[in-house]
Ligand binder design. Structure first.
Ligand code: SAM
Length: 190
């Protein structure tokens, strides 16, 4: 699969390639799926989703960032199957999502309520802040959505005096579940 090209940036920054690789495994997007993304920002995940899903609906609360999403989709020759909305979820959430990705955390409780009401099969949320991760994990569990919690941290090597040292990215918390699979283990993993 081709790399994602992101000539246009936005302040919040893209989801990093290694995180996207894990995310794509968890989202498990198929060609018949309608994927809904909350918080598209640079469009890094939107591009990946557009390459795999039948349809994508991407919501972004900041109008300037939805334009960045649009431009980066075009830069990757993607987007023919993508609908972009400049809105703050839960406003604008469609009722027929198969897969839901929360890249942004505003109103996540209401977004998760909507996922339960509409029976979204797979729900994944990425979180970087510890306290939000804790509260969001509880919100998944309370709604019977939680299947697993994955935490990981990526480090990149660089040359240091002819040897290899590492720069670490922030840890990522990935909450994974779905409305029709049910909570299996309270987040201890499969
Ligand atoms: C960390 S960034 C997402 C990064 C994105 N996955 C990427 O690769 O560029 C979070 C984004 O979610 C947006 N956001 C947060 N809560 C939202 C909501 N309820 N509805 C729509 N957008 C939201 C923010 O404006 C921000 O642009």
């Amino acid at each position: 699969m081709a790399q994602v090209s992101l000539p246009h940036d936005a302040k919040a920054g893209p989801t990093k390639p290694e995180v996207r690789a894990v995310l794509l495994g968890k989202l498990d997007i198929g060609p018949a799926d309608h994927l809904v993304e909350v918080g598209s920002c640079t469009g890094a995940v939107t591009v990946e989703a557009a390459r795999r899903a039948g349809r994508v609906t991407a919501l972004e609360r900041k109008p300037g960032r939805i334009e960045t999403t649009r431009k980066n989709l075009a830069a990757n020759d993607a987007g023919g199957n993508v609908t972009l909305w400049a809105t703050e979820a839960p406003e604008g959430l469609p009722d027929d999502a198969d897969v839901l990705f929360l890249g942004g955390s505003r109103n996540y409780e209401a977004v998760l309520d909507h996922a339960v009401e509409t029976g979204v099969a797979r729900v994944v949320m990425n979180v970087s802040r510890l306290e939000v991760a804790g509260r969001a994990t509880e919100a998944f569990r309370e709604r019977g959505l939680l299947d697993e919690v994955v935490q990981f941290q990526v480090s990149h090597g660089y040359d240091l005096a002819g040897a290899t040292s590492f720069d670490s990215d922030n840890p990522v918390y990935m909450l994974v579940g779905g409305a029709d699979e049910g909570a299996t283990d309270g987040g201890r993993g499969r």
